[in-house]
Design a protein around this ligand. Structure first.
Ligand SMILES: [Zn+2]
Ligand SMILES: [Zn+2]
Length: 231
């Protein structure tokens, strides 16, 4: 088990309409809760794009990364490792996917990636070995389990207190299917702070370093409740 705590599922007020906490404030809160870093995964879906009005794909990406950039500035001052990912929802259904390890240039090269199916998207990312895709809270109402042969892993613990994510079912499924595992707080509000996360043996400065360690996570490395300690 690693000793550095990381949040891997967090939203900013700057980007997610449901996010209540500004990015820099979230970084301070996680710092004070003993975390070493955060991967921000703001909502990346058609609803978000619609709110932005008529925009080019490049403008959408610029706006999407604003939460992350604000967090990164705050993170430098506190020696926190700040990365970005996506909570991606395709137009095909209500499932959400946590995507890690993307290069900004790669994201810019697939306009309206959300209009693909999960299968088409996974074919696109397959040659990019540094990208990992996890289904978020697969057993929450409105979600349906994706084909376990298609995704890399499942978020087996989602700490969000306003939803029943049926985490036990996600955990059972990941074990049965031999999938990669993650735990996240799904941070939107102060009360969601540090209700999930992971413990890593080494600090991560880049998305590549993050993905490399996430591939090797075991069950003992998951933070399953507030106040969990890393070894
Ligand atoms: Zn949300
Ligand atoms: Zn979320």
């Amino acid at each position: 088990m690693g000793k550095y705590k990381y949040e891997i599922h967090a939203h900013t007020r700057e980007v997610s309409s449901c996010g209540h906490v500004p990015a820099a404030e979230a970084v301070r809160m996680y710092h004070d809760a003993g975390y070493r870093g955060i991967v921000f995964t703001d909502h990346f879906n058609q609803e978000y794009f619609d709110r932005l009005g008529e925009r080019s794909w490049d403008e959408i990406i610029d706006l999407y990364l604003e939460g992350y950039r604000a967090a990164a500035g705050a993170g430098r001052a506190l020696d926190m490792d700040i990365l970005w990912g996506l909570e991606l929802r395709f137009t095909e259904n209500g499932n959400d996917y946590l995507v890690y390890g993307m290069e900004e240039s790669f994201l810019r090269s697939i306009p309206f990636a959300n209009r693909l199916t999960i299968g088409e998207f996974m074919e696109l990312v397959a040659p990019e070995e540094g990208i990992l895709v996890f289904q978020a809270h697969p057993f929450r109402d409105g979600c349906s389990l994706a084909d376990p042969l298609v995704v890399h892993g499942l978020e087996v613990h989602n700490g969000n207190p306003r939803h029943d994510s049926r985490n036990e079912r996600a955990a059972e499924t990941a074990r049965r299917e031999g999938l990669l595992i993650l735990s996240g707080s799904d941070f939107h509000r102060p009360g969601d702070l540090a209700t999930g996360g992971i413990c890593l043996p080494r600090r991560v400065r880049t998305a590549g370093e993050f993905v490399e360690q996430v591939r090797r996570l075991d069950w003992d490395s998951l933070i399953l409740k507030e106040g969990s300690l890393c070894g």
